[in-house]
Design a protein around this ligand. Structure first.
Ligand SMILES: [Zn+2]
Length: 135
């Protein structure tokens, strides 16, 4: 996969906070229940914290009780890249930003009660939120 936004490791390190770098560029996971977007409920748009690409709309965010911001659908199917992840002895589906390749989180088929049945389990550190009234 070739991304539209490509930067060197040094550039990412310089632009992102250490916490963001660990999640976005090293596929880390923030601690559950600590993300600042977990309880965000205003209308607006969620974008990639690394490149600004549009990722999720507030209308698809739902309360999954898993400790991370959860969405049932991305803004467009091609906004995210899905990759099989066999790390940590599990088979999961990693979600990356399709524009810059940064790690966002994982998607699980347990979004019970949502229109898609999917749960995009995202790190707050990977996202920026723009409320609609300020957009
Ligand atoms: Zn991105």
């Amino acid at each position: 996969m070739t991304y539209r936004v490509t930067k060197t490791d040094e550039q990412w390190r310089a632009e992102l906070s250490p916490q963001q770098y660990a999640v976005l560029r090293q596929a880390g996971t923030e601690r559950a229940w600590t993300g600042e977007l977990l309880d965000e409920s205003r209308a607006g748009l969620y974008t990639c914290a690394a490149c600004g690409s549009e990722l999720f709309r507030s209308g698809t965010k739902f309360d999954s009780h898993c400790g991370w911001p959860s969405f049932y659908e991305s803004v467009r199917p091609d906004a995210v890249e899905l990759i099989e992840d066999r790390s940590h002895g599990m088979v999961r589906t990693e979600v990356r930003c399709a524009n810059c390749g940064s790690h966002l989180g994982h998607v699980f088929p347990d979004g019970f009660g949502t229109p898609t049945g999917d749960r995009y389990c995202m790190n707050s550190l990977s996202l920026s939120f723009a409320p609609e009234d300020q957009a």
